[in-house]
Write a protein that binds this ligand. Structure first.
Ligand SMILES: [Mn+2]
Length: 475
């Protein structure tokens, strides 16, 4: 790039979503976020990621907060900055596929409560599972003039995932009506020189802006950003330094400094960023002291590159093995994971496919025979309910696990009846706002517990008598 041509790199700040999801199990409460919003709003970020992913679940389950209320409060505070959320395609923010009416209503309510950019991904990269959410966003945008559909590709490695595959996906995403593309590298697998190749290949097939999202887990993330920016990436995801690195994103201040005085200069003010970091630093210390932040997740975990398994999946696996007193089988399971992944059509490993593959690998090892026992989710994947995989699934495994069963080749949601009315009927005694039916749709039990808690608070019930067993107490 000649020195005259300026291309300021845009920054999405993740402190209010992925950074605390990745480092402190999504436990940052709204009350702690609000006092710094005004300052963050002055920075000039491309966007602030603040909602979706696990924030919704954690708010209801552990923080006893209404996630919709959080969103509205953040929207009130951020007058100039776009707010961004993460959305699991047809699974919304939950763990099962929903009918299109729920997907559309959730998108509509997300935008009307304050979200600008919806980042939509599917764990199999089956674009059919993203279409309903993209269409809903575009419909709202046409009516209200607000809303941006970003389609995220779950980045992974494997025979099927060639540069041609990624470039072709970029083209298809543009054709499906998305406003931008994200490469979502949840495990930090994208290494710097591969990023050059990847961005170059995708840019050759699409004019859409490309955003790169990665994690520091494997230690290469800031170098990867540098090479991706040089290759033409438009936006990068970073976290303010006290909650950066480790399993989180590269530090915002470091990336800003890296590009200072170059054609990619972000133009962000380091003094302002330093004040924001000052706000979050004591909270980091507090989280270290109370154990919410485990120093283990702050280092470089090179196993991620060796086994291509996201950090969260490894910790799940370890706890499953512990429960079975089979921690000595750790390396056997690690070796089994690529085999199960191959049997299931070599999907990316991201929620929920990461849990499905990981749990099945644990079963295969503990039972001493592959697929002697298959989980409900493994069966659903084999039936095609989660969508189409890039590679065919193993016929041998299909015959063993779901013998004689019919497999689905259409978009699974096409087989689902609308379900909003039914959900509304189940929860109407708790309903205080339209959005409550969506909280209930995603987490029926957890949301109901929350509704009870909310009502008790409103009626000033003595919460020392609360149901502590189910976590229904003030925090
Ligand atoms: Mn992430």
């Amino acid at each position: 790039m000649s020195e005259q041509v300026k291309k300021p790199i845009k920054i999405t700040e993740t402190i209010l979503r992925d950074a605390h999801q990745s480092l402190i199990a999504t436990r940052m409460p709204t009350d702690f976020m609000l006092p710094i919003v005004d300052k963050m709003d002055k920075v000039g970020y491309h966007s602030v990621e603040c909602w979706g992913g696990a924030t919704f679940d954690a708010s209801l389950r552990f923080l006893k907060e209404d996630p919709w209320d959080r969103l509205r409060k953040l929207r009130d505070g951020f007058k100039n900055t776009k707010l961004q959320m993460l959305f699991r395609g047809q699974n919304i923010l939950g763990y099962r596929p929903y009918a299109d009416d729920v997907v559309e209503y959730f998108v509509q309510k997300s935008i009307s409560n304050g979200i600008d950019i919806i980042r939509i991904f599917d764990c199999l990269n089956d674009l059919r599972n993203l279409q309903a959410a993209v269409d809903a966003t575009n419909k709202f945008k046409a009516q209200e003039g607000r809303g941006h559909a970003q389609v995220a590709l779950s980045y992974t490695l494997g025979d099927a995932y060639t540069l041609e595959y990624w470039a072709d996906m970029a083209k298809k995403i543009e054709e499906m009506g998305a406003d931008s593309i994200c490469i979502k590298d949840m495990a930090g697998l994208l290494v710097p020189y591969k990023a050059t190749e990847l961005i170059t290949a995708m840019k050759s097939e699409t004019k859409l802006p490309i955003q790169l999202h990665t994690h520091y887990t494997s230690g290469v993330a800031s170098m990867t950003y540098l090479k991706a920016v040089e290759a033409g990436v438009d936006v990068i995801d970073t976290a303010i330094s006290p909650f950066a690195m480790g399993t989180s994103q590269p530090a915002t201040e470091v990336m800003v400094e890296t590009f200072k005085g170059t054609p990619y200069d972000t133009g962000l003010d380091q003094n302002l960023l330093a004040e924001i970091a000052d706000y979050f630093r004591p909270y980091r210390d507090e989280c270290l002291a109370n154990g919410l932040l485990n120093p283990k997740v702050m280092g470089v975990d090179i196993k991620t590159l060796l086994y291509q398994v996201p950090g969260g999946m490894l910790s799940n696996m370890v706890s499953q093995l512990k429960e079975q007193n089979a921690e000595d089988k750790y390396y056997d399971v690690l070796k089994e994971i690529p085999q199960v992944r191959k049997d299931l059509g070599e999907p990316p490993l991201v929620t929920p496919s990461s849990q499905i593959v990981g749990t099945q690998a644990v079963f295969n090892v503990l039972m001493g025979e592959r697929y002697k026992m298959a989980t409900k989710e493994t069966k659903a994947v084999l039936r095609g309910e989660y969508g189409q995989t890039v590679k065919p699934m193993s016929q041998e495994v299909i015959d063993k696990v779901i013998p004689g069963e019919e497999r689905i080749t259409c978009r699974y949601a096409d087989l689902l009846d609308n379900e909003l009315d039914k959900l509304e009927g189940e929860m109407k005694e708790w309903k205080q706002q339209d959005e409550d039916v969506l909280s209930y749709a995603l987490f029926p039990q957890v949301a109901t517990e929350f509704f009870k808690y909310r009502q008790a608070q409103q009626e000033k019930v003595d919460m020392t008598q609360a149901d502590t067993k189910n976590g229904a107490y003030p925090v």
